[in-house]
Design a protein. Structure first.
Length: 166
């Protein structure tokens, strides 16, 4: 059964939205495991701070079906499609990895944000430190250790109550 890695983020009613997103992911996928929740400043626009985390799960769904499930969860959370790339988000759920598959269609994998955003790479390195990026051929911990934008993308782990989410 394929293992997937998922980024989850929100900056609008973020605690509730993150709990909702994780609860929904737990419904669609098995063996869900989540990183710590990190708070970070908005990147690319002026906005409220984001809460971000990465989850892993197992699925029998295809990449397209996984992507569709994410869109349904986002829609149920009030997400409106067509917003600017860098803008406020009720809930943003993205597929980062689908096993070690490298592809451009139906979506680009591995997702490019993995290598460019601390709020994706750090929680991914937390839950999969020894897993290798399928293109870079380095572990996510090695990639985090070498990440050069740490000072530009400050983020910090927060205490988060998962009790109502799972």
């Amino acid at each position: 059964m394929p293992k997937i890695y998922i980024s989850i983020g929100s900056n609008q009613d973020a605690e509730r939205q993150v709990r909702f997103g994780v609860k929904q992911l737990n419904y669609y996928f098995s063996d869900l495991n989540v990183s710590q929740v990190y708070e970070s400043e908005a990147v690319g626009f002026d906005g409220d701070n984001f809460l971000n985390l990465v989850a892993s799960a197992k699925t029998q769904l295809s990449i397209s079906q996984v992507d569709q499930a994410f869109k349904e969860i986002e829609k149920a959370a009030g997400r409106v499609r067509g917003e600017a790339k860098y803008s406020n988000r009720t809930l943003d759920i993205d597929l980062l990895l689908y096993d070690d598959l490298v592809c451009d269609k139906p979506i680009k994998l591995p997702r490019g944000e993995v290598l460019h955003h601390a709020f994706v790479l750090l929680p991914l390195a937390e839950i999969a430190p020894t897993l290798e990026h399928p293109v870079e051929k380095k572990s996510y911990q090695e990639l985090w250790d070498a990440f050069d934008n740490k000072s530009e993308q400050s983020l910090w782990a927060i205490k988060f109550d998962w009790e109502s989410a799972l």
